[in-house]
Design a protein around this ligand. Structure first.
Ligand code: CP
Length: 302
């Protein structure tokens, strides 16, 4: 077991880490059968305090394929006779006796303040509030890597509600490690990307351009974020949300070599009719995630 190596933010991943993970993912992708690769006795703790389909199940499957045994906690202990639920810090101190690392999803952005002081095991952020989702960013970037064979010198349109998309925040921080990237943002004013994430991206010689009207056709990647009807900026009508929806008409304006990504789950930000078009890459992106999650654990922890 390596010493503690947390992945709380995309900032915790160096460019060398990212490229090494992609290299391992490429290698795993060529293995059709994907048997248990390394017999080991590790136990992976999945602590998911918010619903998840892709990340939770995807990590479980990646663990099984790597020979890691998953155990899960979905709420801290609470019974009728208890005044309140057991604290997360007590849960962590208890699980320290059993697990080798923690994969945590939680609705609170500051949740790791209640975790890190109580463990020396690696902690992997699987989505903390509206802050970050670094594993998803690796998956999203790898989808581009498989298609374009590069992350430098690309143009990406982010459409929807990046302000509250933890996947979009981590995606931007991860792309910040690469060069000469132009991001066009098409989002309502209240839902534009937060400056803190943007500044890190721009500081590395990349451009982030907000567009009042999109110029479909200039980009190689469309990154569609979810756009929830309710978020901390308020309630958004269907009419407003429809302005940021990917329709067949928009998909047909995109270049021949453009791909549409979405971290999923989809609310209604991409019409189902788009799924049949060659530009729709989001389910391929989801399928590639298995290899990325496996590669992350091989790279850092096995
Ligand atoms: N993309 C993603 O994090 O999906 P889940 O919420 O289903 O894990």
């Amino acid at each position: 077991m390596q010493q503690q190596r947390n992945i709380l933010s995309a900032n915790d991943l160096s460019k060398d880490d990212i490229l090494a993970i992609f290299d391992r993912a490429d290698h795993l992708r060529k293995r059709v059968d994907l048997p248990v690769i390394i017999p080991n006795t590790q136990i992976g703790g999945l602590l998911f305090f918010q619903p998840s389909t892709r990340t939770r199940i995807g990590l479980e499957v990646a663990f099984w394929k790597l020979g890691i045994k998953p155990v899960g906690v979905y709420q801290t202990k609470l019974e009728r006779t208890m005044v309140k639920a057991e604290s997360l810090s007590d849960t962590i101190r208890t699980l320290n006796a059993y697990v080798d690392y923690y994969c945590i999803r939680h609705p609170e952005s500051r949740i790791f303040d209640q975790v890190l002081p109580y463990t020396d095991k690696p902690v992997i952020n699987c989505g903390n509030g509206h802050d970050e989702h670094p594993l998803q960013a690796l998956i999203d970037a790898y989808a581009i890597w498989t298609y374009l064979k590069r992350l430098d010198d690309i143009r990406v349109t982010i459409v929807g509600a990046p302000r509250y998309s933890r996947a979009a925040h981590s995606f931007l921080l991860l792309l910040a490690k690469f060069k000469n990237i132009t991001i066009y943002e098409f989002a309502p004013d209240d839902l534009r990307m937060q400056e803190a994430y943007k500044n890190i991206f721009i500081a590395n010689n990349n451009q982030y351009i907000h567009l009042a009207k999109p110029k479909w056709g200039k980009e190689q990647v469309v990154y569609s974020t979810g756009f929830a009807p309710k978020n901390p900026s308020g309630t958004f009508s269907q009419t407003i949300r429809n302005n940021y929806k990917i329709t067949v008409k928009i998909a047909q304006k995109l270049g021949n070599n453009c791909i549409i990504l979405n971290p999923l789950p989809r609310i209604d930000e991409i019409d189902y009719e788009v799924d049949a078009l060659p530009v729709a890459y989001y389910f391929e992106q989801n399928a590639l995630a298995l290899y990325v999650r496996m590669a992350v654990f091989q790279h850092f922890y096995l």
